[in-house]
Design a binder for this molecule. Structure first.
Ligand code: FES
Ligand SMILES: [Fe+2]
Length: 384
């Protein structure tokens, strides 16, 4: 198929061809994909306003009235469990004069806008609006906070701004089969730590999804246990996910704390896995628990990262302060090793002589992510 790119599209056709090539011949995204403001504007329209974005775990919204605010770039959203037990995602912008009606997280019986005290039910319906008598054609039943699509998958809460988006779960059937022995539904958030991440979101996502760099920043941590050379990436047939398997050396990993997933196969009892649900869900699991990297892009130059350590509820509840701090310490130590290889490429991508680079066989998930990215930003470039 002929490429039909908009005239001011910042990537060259040759750049795209190199990304579209089969893995053994393929190249990374060009620097402009990370640094150009026009690209980020396109990502806002073609990815962040249309794809399924993970915003919470169900255990963070367990009870009626539990809510959590999140900004999907310029769209303030609140996710809330209603009186009927259902989770909903609502725009949290007041339909009067656009004040966000709530911030942060907590438990509410209803949302009261701080500006003029219009009051909303947990399902977004307007309950009352003070001093609005004497108006003509003011229909309170037509005033409600707009609702976004919401879907729960393996305990992850996804929302989508596109009312016409295809449901998520059927798109993840291939991934679901790969993790069927794990009981991710049953995990709760045991500890959370946060990082400002002043670089483009794709740098972190790509780094998370390859084990090639175990020989670099993780040479003394992951590499002796989960060697880069043993890692492999599952075929995704173009579906919006990636799955990285990192088999462990059995003699090194026999000493794991007893596993928390009773159904694992022998090989799974010694493996680390990492997965992406495109674009931003990042999740890693070992036999001893899971780690969710909550990625929130802010601008082309910055994202926020929260790292949540997930465990079965009965174990999470038994942790004391010391155990929690130890978990956070471990998570931060590993991420600190990764920060160096996020910051460095971010600096390098802005250098005038930087060009696309060749991908290794061990970066197959990056190749997959790049195809998904082009499917959205340059759909006419898909190989025919
Ligand atoms: S802006 Fe919310 S009540 Fe006026
Ligand atoms: Fe890493």
């Amino acid at each position: 198929m002929e490429n039909e790119l908009p005239l001011d599209f910042p990537l060259e056709e040759d750049d795209i061809r190199r990304v579209r090539a089969p893995l053994e011949q393929s190249w990374s995204l060009p620097p402009a994909a990370y640094t150009d403001q026009r690209i980020f504007s396109l990502e806002k329209q073609s990815i962040f306003a249309r794809d399924w974005l993970c915003v919470a775990r169900t255990d963070q919204l367990a009870k009626t009235g539990d809510y959590l605010s999140i900004d999907l770039l310029d769209q303030p959203v609140v996710v809330v469990r209603g009186r009927d037990g259902e989770l909903r995602a609502l725009s949290r912008v007041c339909v009067h004069r656009a004040m966000p009606v709530v911030e942060g997280s907590g438990n509410a019986t209803r949302f009261v806008c701080p500006y003029h005290h219009w009051t909303y039910e947990l399902d977004g319906a307007l309950r009352s609006a003070p001093m609005m008598d004497g108006l003509i054609d003011f229909d309170t039943s037509a005033c409600r906070l707009p609702e976004l699509r919401l879907e729960v998958w393996n305990g992850f809460v996804f929302v989508n701004r596109d009312a016409d988006a295809a449901p998520l779960a059927p798109q993840l059937e291939g991934l679901a089969r790969l993790i069927e022995n794990y009981d991710f539904d049953n995990l709760v958030t045991a500890a959370t730590t946060e990082f400002d991440s002043p670089w483009n979101w794709k740098i972190l996502v790509e780094n998370f999804m390859e084990a090639y760099h175990h020989i670099g920043p993780h040479k003394n941590t992951f590499e002796p246990v989960f060697p880069a050379r043993e890692s492999s990436v599952e075929d995704n047939a173009g579906a919006p996910w990636a799955f990285l398997r990192m088999p462990g050396k059995p003699h090194e990993t026999d000493q794991e704390i007893p596993g928390v997933f009773p159904g694992l196969s022998g090989a799974e009892q010694h493996q680390l896995l990492a997965m992406n649900v495109y674009p931003t869900l990042l999740f890693a699991a070992s036999p001893s628990g899971g780690v969710w990297y909550q990625v929130e892009p802010r601008t082309k130059d910055a994202m926020n990262l929260k790292i949540h350590y997930l465990l079965p509820a009965e174990i999470a509840e038994s942790l004391d302060e010391n155990a929690r701090n130890a978990i956070i310490g471990e998570v931060r130590a590993i991420h600190t090793e990764d920060i160096e290889v996020n910051e460095g490429p971010w600096r390098g991508l802005q250098a005038g002589l930087t060009r696309q680079g060749r991908l290794s066989r061990f970066e197959k998930a990056i190749w997959q992510l790049n195809q998904l990215w082009l499917d959205r930003l340059a759909p006419d470039s898909s190989p025919s």
